[in-house]
Ligand binder design. Structure first.
Ligand code: MN
Length: 318
């Protein structure tokens, strides 16, 4: 089945030189190959897409990307350069590639302006942010003008894992838990919940946030989060006050990096057929494996088509 994929990453030599490309493996040969694939917009990327039946990949800068840059002026310049580079690559193959903007969240006003430029002038489909920036998560009050611009432009924000702001005691002495094994999942899940509990979606009800990795565990925890929040407040919650209400209304998830049918079926049950979208997480995940996973998943053909491309067409307005 033909697919659209939307957690598909690239990098640039400058970002690599600045140490803004995460290293999820201890194996040098694997990492060298990941770096090569991240830089390539041609043959190897297109071959991987073809192997998975992907018509279009919406490309985004890899993690931590701009969010990992400490200097504000540098972040603003880097984001502009990266978006211009991506726009040139998309222009070469407009049938195969789309773009998510990188934004300098070090300066929320500059991030809003760069997003507007990327959407209106470069034709990008949305924005992807790699976790916290200088210890601040996107529920911080200072990001409200940025979020207002996201809603005004009517584009989705992909909330992707990034570096942790510090090294919490719960991971001390256990480096196995770092990165995508666990720490990124917990951090990104918490980031999504911070947005919900901040009241952001009451203020800006039309926002759409995309969470990868089969929802970073949240689809499986909605009942418990609602139920224990009621206990915390000591009163019943109306349906539209529940955290799950906002997760179902303001979020969609992607299958990126999870090729396991049971979590897919459970996510569809928790969120509905319209809220689960295919992705690979190229080049960190095997494209063919991800494509085969969806092609053989135990869902109806109508639901498979929605996951493969129908929902992405709606969310990205393709
Ligand atoms: Mn990713």
């Amino acid at each position: 089945m033909r697919k659209i994929a939307l957690e598909e990453h690239f990098s640039t030599p400058e970002l690599e030189n600045r140490g803004l490309v995460a290293r999820p493996t201890r194996n040098d040969a694997i990492f060298t190959e990941i770096e090569r694939r991240l830089r390539d917009f041609g043959e190897s990327r297109l071959a991987a897409m073809d192997a998975a039946g992907i018509n279009m990949s919406v490309l985004s800068l890899t993690t931590p990307g701009i969010q990992g840059e400490k200097d504000m002026a540098t972040a603003i310049r880097l984001a502009k350069d990266v978006n211009d580079l991506l726009a040139r690559e998309v222009q070469k193959r407009p049938q195969r590639y789309g773009g998510f903007a990188a934004v300098p969240t070090q300066d929320p006003a500059a991030a809003a302006n760069e997003l507007e430029r990327a959407i209106k002038q470069l034709g990008f489909k949305g924005v992807l942010v790699n976790g916290q920036t200088n210890g601040r998560y996107l529920d911080d009050e200072r990001f409200l003008p940025f979020w207002e611009r996201v809603q005004e432009l009517d584009v989705p924000l992909y909330l992707h894992p990034g570096d942790l702001p510090d090294s919490p005691a719960m991971y001390a002495g256990r480096p196995e838990l770092e990165g995508p094994v666990w720490a990124w999942t917990a951090d990104t899940g918490a980031h999504a919940l911070r947005l919900i509990f901040s009241g952001l979606f009451k203020r800006l009800p039309r926002l759409k946030v995309i969470v990868g990795h089969m929802g970073e565990t949240l689809p499986f925890l909605l009942w418990r989060i609602d139920n224990r929040f009621e206990l915390q407040l000591g009163r019943p919650l109306a349906p539209e006050e529940r955290p799950s209400f906002f997760f179902r209304r303001n979020f969609v998830i992607t299958t990126s990096g999870v090729c396991d049918p049971d979590p897919l079926v459970e996510s569809l049950a928790a969120l509905g057929d319209d809220n689960v979208l295919f992705s690979v997480d190229y080049p960190y995940q095997d494209s063919r494996q991800a494509g085969d996973f969806l092609d053989n998943a135990p869902v109806s053909e109508a639901v498979r088509a929605k996951i493969a491309s129908g929902n992405a067409r709606r969310v990205l307005k393709l």
